[in-house]
Design a protein. Sequence first.
Length: 119
Amino acid sequence: MNESADMREALRQMIAVLQAERQALAGLDLDAIMGCAADKIALCGTLDLSGPFGPDLPISEECRGLLDAARRLNEVNRQVRNLIAANVAARLDALTGNPALYRAGHSPSPAYAYAAPRG
């Protein structure tokens, strides 16, 4: 296979892994989430070996489309992970009765808001 075909195949696999990760996140399947993370790391290594990247290097339209799709899927999955983490934090706060100490906007008078400017 040539470099372009290797990249195209790795990107297709990455998209499949990102879709599987989304399903694992939806089901809160920790084993599947960890498996997807390992697969993503391996595929990143494969992509690194598939050729040099950069703004000046030509990439086929198909690869450009696959890259864009992978970028969007990864961003959606990142947002889902952040929502899950925020939900867990809120539930833990509710159980303990203590809000997080360093969460912006949740403290009535954060100390750093009243620090005098140095002159």
